[in-house]
Design a protein around this ligand. Structure first.
Ligand SMILES: C[S@@+](CC[C@H](N)C(=O)[O-])C[C@H]1O[C@@H](n2cnc3c(N)ncnc32)[C@H](O)[C@@H]1O
Length: 288
């Protein structure tokens, strides 16, 4: 059992220039244990020696800390509440344009899922409205895959036959997103832990009605979780929503966000968040 990870973090910082101390401790320890076993080292000390000698092992460790897994309509309850409660209520507020930020979008499945909901609402009874989705990720390879929008049939498990027919063209086992679904999505690289920026520059100003930051926060230690929430909170419009993954709800509940529907992972910030952010006290919280 690994007791502490500081030595490893220091070696990776020295040899690769990457800070892996940002990750949540038990996730880091589990990943390290897997790498120690795979590299056939007998102890943490042996593994430290290997890391100092082999940049290949350093890169393998860093790669094992990255998780790019995503799905269309990944959390069924979240997307049902979005479709039936959140989007109709935003439209009732007579919004002319709905602005969405998918802030760790991996290969774009989350952004395309939202776009399908928007298009379906637009073709229904609702007054015509515009929407814009900003899909960002730290990793440019992921962003490129999102822009291309090609997926194997196995990626479409949560997509109904009707949606698959409407929004994809099929060639052999490859399903490609149709251009009309891409038309309202901007893909760009954006690092949520960059303290100098709080929203993607392509969006000009934040003011997002919905920000999705799902299946990312739990990989980071509490300080970096708060840093990310602090950063993105500045970009949520008044009455806007912040969406996390199922396993990350506690993080936002502990930061006093209010879940609008039980277990949905969809939150609204309390009004005093804005004041805290404006006066910097949330920032102090985030660095404690
Ligand atoms: C597990 S995927 C989640 C994808 C999607 N949000 C979902 O719920 O299915 C996590 C994504 O976060 C991205 N990521 C990791 N660190 C990041 C950071 N500091 N800023 C922005 N994106 C980051 C990864 O590149 C990866 O694509």
């Amino acid at each position: 059992m690994i007791k502490q990870t500081k030595d490893i973090s220091d070696i990776i910082m020295q040899c690769q220039g990457i800070d892996i101390s940002i990750y949540e401790d038990s996730f880091l320890k589990k990943t390290l244990q897997k790498r120690i076993t795979a590299s056939t080292c007998n102890s943490l000390e042996d593994y430290c020696t290997l890391l100092k000698q082999s940049s290949i092992e350093g890169n393998l460790l860093i790669a094992s800390l990255q998780n790019n897994y995503s799905e269309f309509f990944r959390n069924v309850l979240t997307f049902a509440v979005l479709e039936r409660i959140v989007l109709p209520s935003l439209l009732l507020r007579k919004k002319k344009e709905i602005r969405v930020w998918s802030a760790a979008s991996a290969q774009g499945q989350e952004a395309y899922s939202i776009a399908m909901l928007m298009e379906e609402l637009r073709s229904g009874d609702h007054e015509k409205f515009k929407y814009r989705i900003f899909a960002t990720d730290k990793c440019d390879a992921q962003i490129n895959l999102g822009r291309i929008g090609k997926y194997p049939s196995s990626a479409l498990n949560n997509i109904s036959f009707k949606r698959a027919e409407k929004w994809f063209t099929k060639q052999n086992d490859v399903f490609t997103i149709k251009p009309e679904l891409k038309a309202n999505i901007d893909f760009s690289v954006f690092d949520l832990l960059n303290k100098k920026t709080s929203s993607p520059s392509a969006s000009i100003f934040g003011n997002f009605d919905i920000i999705l930051c799902a299946n990312l926060l739990f990989y980071f230690n509490p300080k970096n979780q708060k840093q990310i929430v602090h950063n993105i909170s500045k970009s949520i419009s008044d009455g806007g929503y912040l969406i996390t993954g199922e396993a990350e709800r506690e993080i936002l509940l502990n930061l006093d966000f209010k879940e609008i529907f039980p277990q949905s992972g969809i939150f609204q910030g309390r009004t005093d968040h804005r004041k805290k952010i404006e006066h910097g006290s949330f920032n102090q919280l985030s660095t404690n």
